[in-house]
Design a protein around this ligand. Sequence first.
Ligand SMILES: Nc1ncnc2c1ncn2[C@@H]1O[C@H](COP(=O)(O)OP(=O)(O)OP(=O)(O)O)[C@@H](O)[C@H]1O
Length: 326
Amino acid sequence: MQRVEVRSITHSYDGVRKAVSSLSFTIAAGEVLALIGPNGAGKSTSLRVLATLQRPDEGCVLWDNRDAWHERQDIRQRIGFLGDGTALYPAMTAAGYLRFFAECYGMDDAKADGRVDELLAIFRLSSKADARISDLSKGMRQRLAIARTLVHEPELLLLDEPADGLDPLGRRELREILREVATKGVGIVVSSHILRELDGFCDTVALIQKGELQVFGTVDEVIEKYEVARRVHEVSVTKGLQKAVEILRAHEGLIEAIEPLNREETIDDPKTADRGKIRVRVHGSENRAATLLRELVLADVEVIGLTRLRSDLEDVYQSIGRDEVA
Ligand SMILES: Nc1ncnc2c1ncn2[C@@H]1O[C@H](COP(=O)(O)OP(=O)(O)OP(=O)(O)O)[C@@H](O)[C@H]1O
């Protein structure tokens, strides 16, 4: 496939409340799309409709203009899907598990062996080929579960919260592997509610809230559209906090909070405190942060840290939240 289009899908489980409503977005071959939204936003429903497990009440999914639901027998063979739960068989070995699915897909011995070896290598599991699944770490089990969805060389991979429960290293490994899979031309849709995970990983983003699409586009387009001009930083100061606040304000910084430097401390009055952490929204890029830091130091403020608090996508998310509240 070249392009899968989700065109204005609406779906309700009870005929009353819409789990997703007029949702539209597209995925191209070789692209990673992140479906982002809080719990209950409609991510899993969207993935199930994309996987042709559910027929949308309205709208359709088009594969290069072919209706996926009407041609689901064929389309399903082109999809790899990992929903809730990994359905692994603990007593099987990693290679045995992949081999089992290769046989289910009707591959002959030679082809199955080749595919199993290839997937074990891509998913960094070659050394664990003969290990029982029950003896694998959670990260390895998750990688194996995703490898299984690729056995039949699908063109579209749908993964529902694949990074859930993985530690930061496991998540990074998974991201690297999925990017590698995408470079082979597979379109990938990953759902997640952890925004920080997705910056720098996905090509396009679809943000969903209460079943409705808030924004869809490339990461750059989305960030530009929402004018994430102000970036949230945390400035840790051991001396000269009031001076720091004055300088930040002179740079049109919006002070969000002034907090103690650590748990043992308290701040009685933020207007007189001399040390603490300032959470501030400032305009501009990282260069602006460097300018601010220089100015603070030159004014004898004792700065022990200046850290970017949120990722660009998180800023977009926050900005959408504010729009909604407004
Ligand atoms: N099988 C179902 N039967 C009835 N309602 C459902 C069913 N599955 C989901 N829903 C409802 O549809 C809405 C969207 O749920 P969905 O699971 O698609 O969201 P989600 O973004 O994947 O959430 P989560 O991150 O919690 O998995 C929610 O209000 C949910 O309660």
